[in-house]
Design a protein around this ligand. Structure first.
Ligand SMILES: *Cc1c(COP(=O)(O)O)cnc(C)c1O
Length: 496
């Protein structure tokens, strides 16, 4: 990197922040609290502002440009969500405050639980898990608790289609189950014959992503669910792709027993930087007692722990309190989960309303099908004959050229576009998984299509241009293996 960094701009003695005079007597710091060996930069406030403003623009983000990163739902996050999450009453509450003085927060959490039940068609919900993968883990622990509670101890296997996200087998293994992979058929559905053969009384459940990571709604979802239920297993739904279903189909109605939501994907929290997220789980009636807790419950006759209570002026005795479901798998998170994301999801759902949520899904699906038709002019699409849901997977290959998906993705960065998801799902050769989301205009989709057309031409005419891309970013083609294995996190280590 040739650009100046804060350590070089700074000078000893400069200070960005005037500290207020202390209002308590000065006292020496305890030994060991001041570490003189740390080479912290000293810089003026302007230097610091410029430093961080420059850094903030180096990375790509949804606020800078198109971000069709498949399966991640990089939609525009309405600014109203941020305003709501920063309201002092939400942002300033401490999780150890008494229920009595946190009724507004609990009301919001309760309402969000209710909405998530309604949207997915479920009987219970818990907001505890911190992200999608964490929701999976909680979900599989519930599967386990359910079988053990019935004295059904011989179930050891969780069935997972080969198109699944890597977190599915990881959550399964962490819960102590073994993974049985189920192949996909030629149309991208779960292979029913293979599933039938795997279904026996050792099956604890199936983890199904629907629409799956090929962007396809399983054409036999009812048979899949019935086969698993038929052998005594439960059906877990990976809800990362709920953006395709909102207001149109409810996993609970399809027979799913558990579903996690990725609030940060579907309901408008920025998540390009890796978190925090939120992965609530919703369940059918027979699993409600096993939910991770505490969850929020509403009492209509006032605070149950107070013997006498002055009726409030408006006569409304509604009271919210935290309860542990009777057979709960326990806590999976400190305190109550990620409140800031609950507020954003609440604001998002409230703002859209039921009809608006349905339009989100309709436009997400429409945009993906439009792009599938355009991109399919230049790149192979294995499931072209099918209508995709909110995303589709193309092959990053061009006849007569040796370019790979990675080259195409890197070249897209020169157009100010974030690459699609690469090499996932694993069952598509040179996979490029493209998810435009509902928030992009036709003009943006056309710009992307034009970039793909140009890249397809370049792949034949000047393949080196693609092999060496990107050309316009602060850092060009990296040795990604070396970058992952020999991560250097300290500036001083680079300098020395
Ligand atoms: C994103 C995703 C996950 C994991 O969710 P996180 O919130 O990132 O933990 C799981 N499955 C699928 C299909 C996903 O797209």
């Amino acid at each position: 990197m040739t650009e100046p960094v804060i350590y070089d701009i700074g000078r000893p003695g400069l200070c960005a922040m005037p500290f207020p005079a202390p209002d308590v007597p000065r006292a020496p710091l305890p030994d060991g609290m001041v570490r003189d060996e740390l080479r912290l930069p000293e810089a003026s406030q302007l230097d610091v502002v410029r430093h961080f403003t420059r850094l903030s623009a180096l990375n790509h983000s949804i606020d800078k440009g198109f971000y069709p990163l498949g399966s991640c739902t990089m939609k525009y996050n309405p600014r109203i969500n941020e305003d709501m999450a920063r309201l002092a009453g939400f942002a300033g509450t401490h999780p150890m405050q008494d229920e009595e003085v946190a009724q507004g927060n609990l009301h919001l959490m309760f309402t969000l639980q209710e909405w998530l039940k309604e949207i997915g068609g479920f009987a219970g919900a818990s907001l505890q898990p911190a992200a999608g993968a964490h929701g999976e883990f909680a979900g599989i622990l519930m599967v386990r608790a359910y079988h053990l509670d019935r004295g059904d101890t011989q179930r050891r296997k969780i069935l997972i289609p080969d198109s699944a996200h890597g977190t599915n087998p990881a959550s399964t293994a962490m819960s102590g189950y073994s993974v049985v992979e189920i192949p996909s058929d030629s149309r991208g559905n779960v292979d029913l014959a293979a599933l039938r053969a795997a279904c026996d009384d050792h099956v604890a459940g199936l983890m199904l992503t629907n629409p799956n990571t090929l962007g396809l709604f399983d054409e036999h979802v009812q048979e899949v669910v019935d086969l698993v239920h038929g052998c005594g297993g439960l059906v877990y739904g990976d809800g990362a792709n709920m953006n395709a279903l909102l207001g149109i189909a409810r996993p609970g109605d399809l027979g799913f027993d558990i579903l996690h939501y990725n609030l940060h994907k579907t309901f408008g929290t920025p998540h390009g930087g890796g978190g925090p997220g939120s992965g609530p789980v919703a369940v059918c009636e027979r699993l409600a007692h096993f939910l991770p807790g505490p969850i929020v419950e509403r009492v209509d006759e006032g605070n149950p722990s107070l013997v006498r209570r002055e009726p409030p002026e408006d006569g409304d005795l509604t009271y919210y309190h935290l309860v542990m479901p009777p057979k709960s798998i326990g806590r999976v998170k400190v305190f109550h989960g990620h409140m800031g994301i609950f507020v954003r999801a609440y604001a998002y759902i409230r703002m859209h309303g039921p009809d608006g949520l349905r339009r989100v899904a309709e436009h997400a699906v429409l945009n993906a099908n439009y792009l599938q038709a355009r991109v399919g002019q230049w790149f192979p699409i294995p499931q072209r004959d099918r209508i995709c849901m909110h995303e589709f997977v193309a092959e990053g290959t061009v006849p007569g050229s040796d370019v790979r998906a990675l080259d195409i993705s890197k070249r897209l960065m020169d157009f100010g576009i974030h690459p699609p998801t690469n090499y996932f799902p694993l069952i598509v050769h040179e996979a490029l998984m493209i998810e435009p989301t509902e928030t992009e205009s036709k003009a943006t989709l056309d710009t992307f299509a034009a970039a793909m057309a140009q890249i397809a031409r370049e792949a034949v005419e000047q393949p080196e241009l693609l092999h060496q891309a990107p050309h316009t970013t602060p850092v060009s083609r990296m040795d990604e293996v070396k970058a992952a294995r020999e991560l250097v996190l300290s500036y001083w280590n680079v300098k020395q």
